[in-house]
Write a protein that binds this ligand. Structure first.
Ligand SMILES: *Cc1c(COP(=O)(O)O)cnc(C)c1O
Length: 456
């Protein structure tokens, strides 16, 4: 990951005594499970942010999810805004997804040979996405991006890639790189174990800075294979970019024979079915998807024109494969979920709900002069303790404000609302969040903000 890796996972949060106005929920069973988990897994988890290092207390061990609700091992119930970090756009345990998965599972779980289900999911996607002509299924977002980068390098016969500080693209070596100091920098590795030689092939610049991009293309003329960006950066706060800036990236890439890679692992199928590419009406050269595409099971994919995809093996020389790629059960979940998304009005309703939710919270905070902003797009929102009207770059986020998020997170858990355990994470609203759920959540958020800002 990038800079905020330390901030996110930072020092173990101590757990000061009771909160004002509301007792702490019991985490006894979760604490027991976590103690045990620590003997099995580094930090007790299989993905670092789950360890609750940036918020108070023990991570909650989840027993069950249904609709927009989660239940933990101690029997606490929450309205969930993490939604498994994005995939669950229909909420937990959606009947259509569950039933399709069970139906397909009856016939076996993996064959390592082609199935009609892969065709079915591919057709669903390609028929409804004008930006790609062929795709390749993989098993995670990380794998999708890693493969897409290899394809860009193989296609252009260039080695360097350019990424942005504040965008996350999974944990492959070339992308665990953060900015050094200076306008255009070779990256520094953001994880131990990444060879410096890899970081030297990754150029890192700030978002929303045209000069830095121009300078990078001057300095590394004819060397940059791809510019990779989350067109809607949503892994380090929600750093909404201006369309004009994304358009500028499109143009400078075209001019330099560099491929523009939109990493839409979060924004794909979230900001409309065709993601940010359609939202901004900009055609990238390669696209990556993940999260929602698998309906809660492990699926990712990358896609491009038939011409570019023709370079992937066995048609072309760029190798990429996977034992469980296109797994039938995972395909089934994807087919069921994406079919629901294609229903007319799906995104309109979801986005409207989110907009009203975000606006109501903003009104509440503004009326009380709280230094607090709700940024949102589609069905993604982000709570920021700031008075800036826009935050477009990673270094515009005030890291000290994360102390306030920590308090907010605890107060919300105590009031039955579950947010991702870091102030750098965005929230997601699913179609399972009803008006009543959102009303309840709003009330909890209002109360929690009052505690955070007034200590009452
Ligand atoms: C989540 C995410 C990834 C990584 O996907 P995994 O499935 O966690 O490997 C890559 N890029 C973006 C934009 C993401 O949000």
């Amino acid at each position: 990951m990038f800079d905020s890796i330390k901030k996110r996972f930072g020092a173990e949060g101590e757990y000061p005594a009771s909160t004002i106005g509301k007792a702490d929920i019991s985490r006894e069973k979760s604490a027991e499970l976590f103690a045990k988990a620590k003997t099995y897994f580094p930090g007790g988890v299989n993905s670092p942010v789950r360890a609750f290092k940036s918020v108070y207390g023990t991570p909650l061990f989840i027993e069950k999810g249904d609709g927009c609700h989660l239940w933990d091992a101690d029997g606490n119930q929450f309205i969930d805004f993490c939604c498994s970090w994005g995939p669950l756009i229909l909420g937990h345990n959606h009947a259509k997804v569950r039933e399709k998965v069970i139906e397909v599972m009856q016939n076996g779980m993996s064959f390592g040979a082609p199935t009609a289900l892969e065709n079915e999911l591919a057709e669903l996607i390609l028929k409804n996405n004008k930006y790609i002509e062929k795709i390749r299924f993989v098993s995670s977002g990380t794998e999708a991006v890693m493969s897409a980068i290899r394809l860009a390098r193989g296609y252009t016969k260039r080695d360097k890639i350019l990424k942005f500080e504040g965008c996350y693209h999974g944990h492959s070596d070339s992308l665990l790189v953060k900015a050094g100091s200076g306008l255009v920098t070779f990256g520094e590795t953001s994880s131990a174990g990444v060879p410096k030689a890899f970081a030297d092939e990754t150029i890192v610049v700030a978002l929303n800075d045209k000069k830095a991009i121009e300078k990078a293309f001057e300095e590394f003329k004819d060397q940059i294979a791809a510019v990779i960006i989350e067109p809607i950066p949503a892994n380090n706060g929600l750093l909404l970019q201006e369309k004009e800036y994304l358009q500028f990236l499109r143009e400078i890439c075209t001019k330099n024979g560099t491929l523009l890679l939109f990493d839409e692992v979060i924004s794909g199928f979230r900001i409309g079915f065709e993601g940010a590419a359609a939202y901004y009406s900009i055609k990238p050269d390669i696209l990556t998807y993940g999260k929602i595409i698998g309906g809660g099971l492990p699926v990712g994919c990358y896609g491009a024109s038939a011409e570019i995809m023709g370079h992937v093996s066995p048609d072309g020389g760029v190798y990429q494969g996977g034992t469980l790629s296109g797994n039938p059960v995972a395909m089934a979940a994807g087919i069921a979920q994406l079919t629901e998304l294609l229903r007319s009005g799906f995104y309109r309703d979801l986005d409207k709900k989110t907009e009203e939710f975000a606006a109501a919270i903003q009104r509440f905070a503004t009326a009380r002069n709280y230094k607090f902003k709700v940024f949102s797009i589609g069905s993604i929102f982000w709570f920021a303790f700031t008075d800036q009207e826009a935050i477009r770059r990673a270094d515009e986020i005030d890291s000290a404000s994360m102390e306030l998020f920590k308090k907010l997170h605890r107060e919300l858990l105590n009031r039955g609302v579950y947010l991702g355990p870091s102030g750098y994470e965005v929230g997601f609203i699913s179609s399972a969040h009803t008006k009543i759920d959102l009303e309840k959540a709003k009330r909890a958020i209002f109360e929690s903000l009052e505690v955070v800002f007034n200590g009452k």
